[in-house]
Ligand binder design. Structure first.
Ligand code: PLP
Length: 365
């Protein structure tokens, strides 16, 4: 029987599995599965969004002009090279649709963010995963996997889900080695959390290269994942294409209002950074003290690894089941090639204490 046929290859896409948010039968759920920012939105952002009330009769400003003004000012970047999106996800999607198609290759690191291969497959491109050095991006491996077909290269720095980063000198070496016709997308979703000196959000490379784009998001440190807002900084020619490709009102009015308030709340940003610094270190140290492996992270989440053969039934799966029975939702990592690991976001103080307590109970069983 004849039936409408989707484009070839779409059946290969494994649908994105979002972090869970409910557990049946458990009253107090602690959700640490999506790196959403411990505090949620800032009080000033909430106030601004609540003030919208019933005032959403009109279409939003399709250019996000006020928001881009503020982003340009805060980050010292040219406004005309900034673009806003319904989450940085939308911009990843637009970049794939604009720069790759059937027969092309999209390259990313083996433990890279899941949306790169997902959007890559939606445009019919082949996705190529370059091996990493352990769980850290390996610039030489990336460069070794660039071919004549490579159109796009995505790297999250620091990376989700590994929490690792490459220093600015390595980003620079990568850019030098990547052919000019390959578009390199540096996704700095977690830049605000990073406290080390040899890291930068890579914006300086966008101004000096025609093939480098930087992406940012309001979903992580700003705690606004539900409002869908991200932004990008790109060279003239890329911005021009993205503006043609995006829908005219891709960012909603509430998202613009929230972004305008959030970006001006420096106090909240600082508070969130200090909170993360303290509880990232505390959580890492206390879980390591349980003899579990926790790689260094510069983000607002950690990986906890349960290597095979390390005692009784201490697998990532059994730990996940145990945590869940206590109301704690974390993220399984099988889909990222890390089946022995759980990813745990840094939440509030009492949440982190409860996580450590619960893992201690788990390993003592
Ligand atoms: C969370 C995340 C994003 C997507 O953020 P949105 O702005 O919510 O779409 C992009 N890249 C990485 C690496 C992330 O972890």
């Amino acid at each position: 029987m004849a039936s409408p046929q989707p484009l070839a290859g779409l059946e290969k896409i494994a649908p994105y599995v979002a972090g869970e948010s409910e557990i049946t039968g458990v009253e107090r759920v602690i959700k640490l599965a999506a790196n959403e920012g411990a505090f949620g939105p800032s009080p000033k952002t909430l106030e601004a969004v609540n003030a919208i009330g019933s005032d959403f009769h009109r279409y939003p400003d399709g250019d996000c002009s006020e928001l881009r003004d503020l982003l340009a000012e805060k980050n010292n970047l040219p406004k005309e090279n900034l673009i806003c999106g319904a989450g940085s996800d939308e911009l990843i999607n637009l970049l794939c649709r604009s720069y790759a198609g059937p027969g092309d290759e999209i390259l990313y690191p083996a433990h890279g963010f899941a949306m790169y291969p997902i959007y890559g497959l939606t445009v019919g491109a082949s996705i190529v995963a370059a091996p990493e050095n352990g769980i850290t991006v390996d610039v030489d491996q990336i460069l070794a996997h660039v071919t004549e077909k490579t159109k796009l290269l995505f790297i999250a720095n620091p990376n989700n889900p590994t929490g690792t980063y490459i220093p600015t000198s390595e980003v620079s070496r990568l850019i030098d080695g990547v052919p000019d016709e390959v578009l390199l997308v540096l996704d700095s979703a977690y830049a605000e959390f990073v406290e080390v000196d040899d890291y930068s959000d890579s914006s300086e490379f966008v101004s000096t290269n025609d093939n480098v784009v930087m992406l940012r998001t309001f979903s992580k440190i700003y705690g606004m994942g539900g409002i869908r807002l991200g932004w990008g900084y790109a060279p003239d020619a890329v911005i021009d294409i993205l503006n043609r490709m995006r829908s005219p009102f891709n960012v909603s009015y509430p998202a613009i209002v929230a972004g305008v308030a959030a970006i001006q709340d420096d106090e909240f940003l600082k508070k969130s950074q200090e909170h993360n610094k303290k509880w990232l270190a505390w959580t890492t140290e206390n879980i390591r003290a349980l003899d579990l492996e926790v790689p260094d992270s510069v983000c607002n989440f950690i990986l906890v690894r349960f290597p095979e053969g390390q005692g009784k039934n201490a697998t990532a799966e059994s730990a996940d089941v145990f945590l869940k029975s206590k109301g704690i939702i974390v993220r399984r990592m099988g889909g990222y090639g890390l089946p022995d690991a759980l990813r745990i976001s840094i939440g509030l103080e009492d949440e982190m204490k409860f996580v450590v307590e619960t893992l201690a109970e788990f390993v003592s069983n």
